[in-house]
Design a protein around this ligand. Sequence first.
Ligand code: FES
Ligand code: FES
Length: 179
Amino acid sequence: MKISFTLNGKSTEVDVAPDRRVVDLLREDLRLTGTKEGCGAGECGACTILVNGESRLSCLMLAAQLEGRCVTTIEGIGEEGRLHPVQEAFIECGAVQCGFCSPGMVISAVDLLGRDPNPGRGEIRRGLSGNLCRCTGYVKIVDAVETAARRMNAASDVKPDAGEKERVVPGAPGQGQRR
Ligand code: FES
Ligand code: FES
């Protein structure tokens, strides 16, 4: 079955069994190995991607469900040559240890900040509750999301006519789909 969708901003067509899991399509067929598979059963969040701007578990999605959709994986979350502010904050705050959970964690954080640009620590914890981490104890992850939110809000306050070029950030407030 031919499936057409947008993947990290590029029109993509694949010939794939309609019941192939999206995580397998991404990792094995398209070699986008940034998306991780942990449990394969919808429990850990490691396989999280954005579909039409909303976080989805790619281990629970079938390839046919991507038809006509817009998919963003961790490989497409930043800009060319520049990390997303959430990725930068994860590095700065020491929120990455083994890194296995990090792509899904970052995607969920981007989704959260798209819906709520200024979440409190409790809201961040709730927003990331579907993503499990075995290493960090979560405190630094929450610190990172807080830091990213502060920076993204400050950046969106900068007026283009003040000589600052507007930055397009996937999942940033006003640029993604809302639930
Ligand atoms: S691999 Fe998809 S939720 Fe764990
Ligand atoms: S950093 Fe190792 S699982 Fe989260």
